[in-house]
Every structure is written in structure tokens, then in C-alpha cells.
Design a protein around this ligand. Sequence first.
Ligand SMILES: [Zn+2]
Length: 354
Amino acid sequence: MYRALAERDSTYDGVFFAAIRTTGVFCRPTCAAKKPRQENVEFYSSVGDAVSAGYRPCKRCRPMEPAGKPPAWLEQLLARVEEDPKRRWKDADLRQVELDPARVRRWFLQHHGITFHAYQRARRLGLALGHIRHGEKWEGVGYTHGFDSASGFREAFTRVFDRTPPRSTTLAPLVVGRLLTPLGPMLAGATSEGICLLEFSDRRMIETQIARLGKWFDCAIVPGEHEHIARLEKELELYFTGKIREFTVPVVLRGTPFQVAAWERLLRIPYGETISYEQQARDMGRQGAQRAVGRANGDNRIAIIVPCHRVVRQNGELCGYGGGLWRKKFLLDHERSRGETIRPEGDMSGARRS
Ligand SMILES: [Zn+2]
């Protein structure tokens, strides 16, 4: 690894990160900065491990630049899909634009958890639902959204939304989209009322959370674009570059009365500060209920904005974060250092070595 680092070998980019003891920063193997002596370097296999060990990301090679960005070949395909989202893409169409269907399938499975075909079918069904809600005849809507027959459309629609097209005129959509952040890709969800989901997409619970969303909101979950998600994306970027401390995008909290009370208390913890579970329970008028409070925080579906990362053990220790402790540590370090001074330029030096 030291050889790869010394030679700036780009084939190791993403394979490991080099942390430099003397400066407290960690780098990509390809970093243009002067190379450290071997005895001053530690190697980590992930950003999370380097952050947990107390290193902060280098400002030159930006090792936390949103990971998971689609490669150029895929970006073109995604742009084409968005140009005409009603179009149905078959394997032959992919080959025609010189894309290997197997490669496309792998990328989608890895990043969205579904195949390309399933993704765009869901996208077309979501658009079709919009037309049905606006009073169009469902049979015609199926034809204009890439389905060969009314029965095929009815079947696919019913399988995805658990309701037939004619019975869906009042079914509201809950749009989900993927966002890239310095802490990894996140899945966001929005209804017309506001953001109802923001989760790290590597989180194991994500399917459970989405299933619960469907239950609480009684909505059709569809992939796509949404004005609240676009605003959230912008605000997250400003948050991570230290330019804002509060989010203004509307959020929708839906759960049991106890969960909602816990989440509302979280929303009142100021930026850069922490409270204990005991304190949170007391403030909710439920002294001694810290375990139940911890569970309710764990069920929070809107990470970062509903700041469950700002609750710590009474002795100040970090514990229990669905997105992983390293992310909790990163968020708290980021907010604490920004709490002292808001820097004019958006850099990622939020995580101080401590
Ligand atoms: Zn670097």
C-alpha cells in the first residue's frame, strides 16, 4: 500500500485510505500532496475507519467527496431516461447505445437495490399514477407509459401499489430519490407535505423503514424527482460545507404519539450541542423512560434533520446510531467545530482530531 501511495497508483483509489499521523488528515492514494514517510502512515480500508480513528479528510484530494456518483457512461443513460421517462427500455435498446445490459443491471442492483428494468418500470408506474389521479382513463395511461396491454399494466400496477388502477384515483405518491453526501449515499422520501425519509442507504433496516412508511402514510412509493427532495439536497450540501446550521425544508413526522414527542424534542436540540437520553426523557415528562426514548430515536426516519445524533450517554460517550457510530462522531465533530466559527469557504475540515 505504501508503494501504491508513493506512486499515486490510481487503481487503488477507493481500495484504501492513507492516514498521516503527523498532520491528522487522511488521503486517497492518489493525493497530490507531498508523500509522508512510511513510519508516519496508517492505512484504512474505509472512510468510516479513518474518521473513527480521529483523522479528518484532506482538503486537497477530498476523500469524502460524495461516493457512489454514477460513472459517466451511466449518467448518459440516466439523462436519457429522464428526457423521456415514459419510454420503456429493453436490453436491445441498451445495446443500441453501446451499453452492456449486465453491467447496467449490476450498477442498479448495487446502488438502488433493484434492477434497471425494475427501476424504470416503477418510474413509469409512478408517472402513470399521476395521470390516473388527474382523472385520465387508466387503460389509455398504460399504453402511453410503455405497457403493451391494459391487462399487463393492470397487473404490474396492482403488484407494485397493492391496489388496482381504477381504485387508485385518491392514492397519493410518496417519491423516493437517492442523494449523495460526504457520508455516503442517502435515500430521501417526500410527500406533498414534506420530507418523510432520509436514511443512509447502506443501513440494513432500510427496507423495513420503507415498508413502515407505506403503512403510516398509505401512499404509493415511487422513484422520481420531487421539489422537497431537490430543496433537501441543496440544504444538505450547505450543511456539510458549514454554511447553514438549520434546515428549513418541511418535514413530516408520523409515528406513535410517544415517537412523535421524542422526535419533536430532538428538533429542539441546538446545532453543535448534545443532551442525554435521561434529559430527553425528563423533558418529555417521562422521567426514567430513557430506554423507550432510545428506541424512539432509533426509529427516527429523518436522519441529520431530526438530529438523533445529538443524543449521547450521560457520561458523554457516543452510542447507538443507526447509520453507524462513525457517522454520529463525524456529524458531532463537524457541528462542534462549525459552532465556534462559520468559515467562509466550504471545506470539509469539520472533523477535528480529538
Ligand atoms: Zn490528500
